[in-house]
Design a protein around this ligand. Sequence first.
Ligand code: FE2
Ligand code: FE2
Length: 187
Amino acid sequence: MDTPNKKDTQRGNKTVSAKSSAAADLRELFIDELKDIIYAERALVKALPKMANNASDPNLKAAIGEHVAVTEGQVDRLVQVFELLGESDRGKKCDAMEGLIMEGENILEETKPGPVRDAAIISASQKIEHYEIASYGTLVAFASLLGEDEVSELLKITLDEEKYADVKLTEAAYGSINLEALEEGEE
Ligand SMILES: [Fe+2]
Ligand SMILES: [Fe+2]
């Protein structure tokens, strides 16, 4: 019988039935998540230059600018992944990345150019990088589980690039920006 057990009902848990289009197996889930990340990367190619243009610190500007080029390469790598898997590279709207990008745009409206805005740009960018690190970490594991070793290798390259970008942002933050942001607040 389908009735949820008493404990689940008490806790307000609900059993969710899948949509007919839902992933039936791990490979389908893997493809679905790849479609999510290619959408996210394409959205970032458009959104990151605005972040770079609005940064004041030259190191931060350069780090984000450099990551735009890297992100373009990541889109190409994903297209290659879809080719290897014999699937279309059409993306699927990634709500999480849309939200993270929107947050980044909001902080630009709420801050004036300078160290505080730079600190906010670093914060928004690191949230984006951490989302990507989590996504690619999962994708590398799924590819390995599915025996797609070539795909796994390609995704691992991107995972390392995202980790590197995160380190660069941290360096920019601890280099001078956060300290200057603090001083600006005390003026
Ligand atoms: Fe990326
Ligand atoms: Fe990234």
